[in-house]
Design a protein around this ligand. Sequence first.
Ligand code: ZN
Length: 454
Amino acid sequence: MINAAVYVRISSDVTGEGLGVARQEADCRALAEAKAWTVMEVYRDNDTSAYSGTRRPGYERLLTDIEAGTVRAVVAWHGDRLHRSPKELERFIDLAERTGLRVETVKAGTIDLSSASGRAVARTLGAWARFESEHKSDRIRRKLTDNAAAGLPHGGMRPFGWEADRRTIRESEAAVLREAYARVLAGEPIRALVRDFNARGLLNASGRPWRHPTLREVLLHARHAGLRTHNGTVVGDADWPELVAPESWRALTRVLNDPARVTTPGRAGRLNLLSGIATCAVCGASLRVGHSRGVRAYRCTLNGCVSRTRDLLEQFVTNVMVARLSRPDALSLLAPGDDGGARREAEGAAERVRQRLDDAAASFAAGNLTTRQLEVITSQLKPELAALEAAAAPPADRSTVLGKLVSTDNVARVWESTPPDVRRAAIALLMEIKVGRARRGPGFDPDTVFIDWR
Ligand SMILES: [Zn+2]
């Protein structure tokens, strides 16, 4: 049997809000019982009383008894009940190390003060507690953390797609968001969507026309996938419904954060049709437009292996595209062979990896893993997760990009009136373009441009 002490403190700081000593004590006693520890005594302090000042007679007596060896374990509701400052924490750590004291908390689990990582956790918790007590009036932040943990929404302006209660979907706006997700995943740039939305008179949550950064930010918001974030990190499932599938949201964040994504027009304001889409058949690098002897040309960005006059290559690809879309079976392009089973399998595997990452973080917080062990686990699982998430991404919604092009009997004319970035999206969706070394001689040799249909 281990002789344990329960320590409770009522205070005026915000972390103690609404949490009475009785509740703290009951929780601590239950925890001690679960550990098969014998509670010898409950030490109490009341920081709120005017005459107690900053001294804590209960805490001081507890330290004396630990030193004397009559107390071998301490149960507290949270680390911040025990220590109010880093100085107090260091004194406690020193004492715990000397006496082999065991510490359990109801809210923060085991605080293993005998290990470096456990002490690091205790210090982190302590730093947080100090921040809180130094900002007693700053209840908002505390509230946000509580809300984040409970899956409740943050306050603030109404998010687009949601009612003012922040948990009810506003269907008229949700439809716009779902369309935007589908189009971006099909390869359309945000800029094209902004133009289209404003042409249709759609307004953002502030009742203003859309702008590129606003729409991008709105689409990246995890809340649409029913996920809760805190300080930019997803912390768990929210208590509101999903407006889009989490797989779609994850796929979109990958697309928008992909550095290879080219959406800015060149200096002349002209979008190069094949930049970042066509690749070098020799080394696999992407092609970009540059000047070559006074002519604009696509060039291998890595080694300069290949080069093609821009206008000739674009004209060739456009001809191939229009010819393909003009075929009687063009509609079949909207429904490519889709292996939904493999996608679901990848999503299941991704979920299991996410669970393992969560478990590792929890083990670390509980002091069962060192920082180094956590790093090793994380660095192994993160790439695995990224690959699985990519495999789980839903297929691009082709009809949003190709719909008009495959339902006309004059593809060439519709192609001409299609905005450049939608053309790019259509090409990226359907074609894999590899450019090989050109044969010597004048003119454009289409035999060294390899187009595969996706
Ligand atoms: Zn190359």
